[in-house]
Design a protein around this ligand. Structure first.
Ligand code: GDP
Ligand code: IMO
Ligand code: MG
Length: 421
């Protein structure tokens, strides 16, 4: 059984938690796109982990984790992540494999990312400043460096020299300081030596695993509306966050995939700029007041709003979502009334899809239906039938509006706060 798990909203849907739960039944967990812009939170008992590049499956012993070719890897960040996990008692040796064709994030990518944001001023994207856009830019422009280069000292030295020269010229245009070739080289080569044992041909590794009937879980990063093609461009990330990205980012063909699981919150959040039709200050204040919805990577307060079924229905269409995992139901436990957006109004027109022009999407007024709140804590509920009837009605309604089968409901960050339907 090969399962693609994607975020059905704007990221941070709780993918890390659901991956951790589903990993119990999987043999391999594979990241296929994005980089350390991702922040996937997993609780194992009282211990909190935030994974950025390493698949969340690493927290379950004996599972094999793969960073696929479609990921952009910051080697310095990855070494830190491996070290942090090892300090907390999780060993990566022999369980983590990194594609030799995955591209590198280099210091000039991070610097250019930050400079571009500054120049954009009020039109900024609100990126994580992890260099993701410029790294994918170099990949597409065919001037990127890859893991296969990093672990080959001569090749790396030669290619890096050329790239530092060009990027220092770009940094000059921004009025930023040039980078020292030697400093970057030495730092990255040290990381390269550390990562070498993990670097391999992951395409062959995964196909051999499939030949032995292994079960693979593809861990999406970001969310549908941050997709470079299908998101709210230009307020997006630079990879395909939708289900197709799992195929191109791993080398596993679409017809070898068995199921697509879409993860969504019982409300909506977004971090960074760009349209968010159901944004609502009261919901944001309530959730922030509960200490929730602060970014796992940058610590920024997430923007919050009501559940948007126009968006999640669109996500079902683009990703081919078969099953839904709805998280953070407990966030709505205290409300008298819970609203759900079922269409957008633009002037006199009513639409039920996401318009491609962000200027138009920004002007869309949500059309809401209301549900009575259940006003009962749900965080200790273990079974579907023990959920308050009004909470069940709400979950059923949002899955029906989304157009996919409800398979998992989550009422807290812990493994045991999960219900299967
Ligand atoms: P990801 O990027 O999709 O993995 O999501 P993040 O980890 O960035 O953000 C999701 C947040 O919600 C994390 O703090 C999780 O621990 C938390 N979380 C996930 N599911 C639930 C849930 O059902 N209830 C509560 N209270 N928190 C949850
Ligand atoms: P996970 O995997 C939420 C957002 C940034 C910004 C835009 C572009 O944890 O769900 P980038 O640094 O990628 O160029 O930023 O995308 N973004 C995320 N938002 N969750 C994420 O990952 C995100 N990764 C990037 O905030 O708006
Ligand atoms: Mg996150």
């Amino acid at each position: 059984m090969n399962t693609i798990l994607v975020g059905a909203q704007w990221g941070d849907e709780g993918k890390g938690k659901i991956i951790d739960v589903l990993t119990e039944q999987a043999d391999y967990v594979v990241r296929t796109q994005g980089g350390n812009n991702a922040g996937h939170t997993v609780y194992v008992g009282p211990k909190k982990y935030v994974l950025h590049l390493i698949p969340s499956g690493i927290l379950r012993k004996k599972k094999i984790c793969v960073i696929g070719n479609g990921v952009v890897v910051d080697p310095i960040g990855l070494v830190k992540e491996i070290d942090t996990l090892e300090k907390l008692g999780t060993k990566c040796d022999g369980r983590l494999f990194i594609s030799e064709t995955a591209h590198l994030v280099l210091p000039y990518h991070r610097e250019i990312d930050a400079q571009r944001e500054t120049v954009k001023g009020k039109n900024k994207i609100g990126t994580t400043k992890r260099g993701i856009g410029p790294a994918y830019g170099d990949k597409v422009a065919r001037v990127g460096l890859r893991l296969i280069d990093l672990v080959n000292p001569e090749v790396f030295a030669e290619k890096l020299k050329v790239r530092i020269k060009e990027n220092n010229a770009i940094l000059k245009v921004f009025g930023a300081k040039p980078l020292s070739y030697k400093k970057v080289h030495d730092e990255y080569r040290a990381a390269g030596d550390r990562l070498k044992p993990f670097v391999t041909n992951t395409l062959i590794l995964l196909h051999k695993a499939m030949a032995k009937n292994a079960s693979i879980l593809f861990e999406g990063a970001q969310g549908t509306f941050l997709d470079i093609d299908h998101g709210t461009y230009p307020y997006v990330t630079s990879s395909n966050t939708t289900s197709g990205g799992a195929c191109t980012g791993s080398g596993i063909a679409p017809n070898r995939m068995d199921r697509v699981v879409g993860v969504m919150k019982a409300y909506t959040t977004r971090v960074g700029e760009g349209p968010l039709p159901t944004e609502n200050a009261e919901i944001a204040d309530m959730l922030h007041g509960m200490g929730r919805e602060f970014g796992a990577t940058t610590g920024r307060a997430r923007r919050c709003g009501w559940f948007d079924s126009v968006a999640t229905r669109h996500a079902t269409m683009v990703n081919g979502i078969d099953e839904l995992a709805i998280t953070n139901l407990d966030g709505l436990d205290t409300l008298d009334t819970v609203k759900v957006c079922i269409a957008y109004r633009i002037g006199k027109q009513k639409i039920d899809y996401i318009p491609n022009d962000v200027a138009i999407l920004s002007k869309c007024e949500p059309v809401y239906v209301e549900f009575p709140g259940w006003k009962t804590p749900t965080d200790k509920v273990k079974n579907w039938k023990d959920l308050p009837a009004k909470a069940r009605t709400y979950l059923k309604a949002i899955s029906e509006l989304t157009g996919a089968k409800l398979a998992i409901a989550s009422v807290g960050p812990a493994r045991e706060q999960t219900m299967f339907l």
